[in-house]
Design a binder for this molecule. Sequence first.
Ligand code: G
Ligand code: G
Ligand code: MN
Ligand code: NA
Length: 249
Amino acid sequence: ENVAALLKIAIERELISLVFQPIINMRTGKIEAMEALMRLTMPDGTAVPPSLFIPVAERTGMILELGRWAIRTACRELMSSEHIRTISVNVSPVQLKAPGFAASVAAALGEAGVTGDRLALEITEGLEMEMHSDVLRCISDLKLLGIKVWLDDFGTGFAGLSWLRLIDFDTVKIDRSFLHDCVTPRGRAMFQDIVELLRNRGPKILVEGVESEEQLELLRRLDIDHAQGFHVGRPARAESLRPLFEAPR
Ligand code: G
Ligand code: G
Ligand code: MN
Ligand code: NA
């Protein structure tokens, strides 16, 4: 339909771009990674939100082309700045089920001369994804390449716990709604229970949606590993973020 036609034109005319949102290490306070977020901007400057075009791209299969482009672009960004330790890229279940996905990621890394451990792929638990054996095999292939596998939007779907049982995630991102609920005692208790559950399972914990210093302080008290959100930094063009990364000590 409309959006599908629009998306096709956008791909042809290169109206798709990536912005990056910083992720800090709570212990050092330093930016350690950034999440790549896709943007579609019309020639007249209007932004089409991912919530509109990603589902269409998934339905039409165009996500395969878009996704390959995003991973190649992220790898090139990693190549151009050795100080950026990690870039995370969102991947759709459609990509994980497509034959040859892990090989295409390996090729993108190889072209850029970047090691797999600098790339993280975010898998969302929001979408209900059947425990497809192809998906599990793909994830284990990605891990063999050294690629980090993160679970995104933890707590928003029903599948989160099943995912945790089956996959050894490097990082779990707690959905921002749980942090925002911390304004009530009940919400705060829930948040702490989730943190406790994850801590016992072993992945690094990243909390998204940090919008204030008070929230950042709460995360420090709870000994959270990583934070992301408007208070830490808004999504921005790569050029403006590069200087914020410092040489590793
Ligand atoms: O930045 P923003 O709020 O617009 O992103 C909304 C959502 O769109 C993200 O949470 C993510 O799930 C999805 N998204 C953004 N970029 C990509 C991408 O490159 N690939 C996929 N599959 N999803 C993306
Ligand atoms: O689902 P995913 O985590 O990939 O979504 C990233 C989206 O979250 C982006 O669209 C980004 O703009 C949005 N986002 C990032 N930080 C914040 C924040 O602090 N508050 C809110 N409300 N949204 C945020
Ligand atoms: Mn994400
Ligand atoms: Na998320």
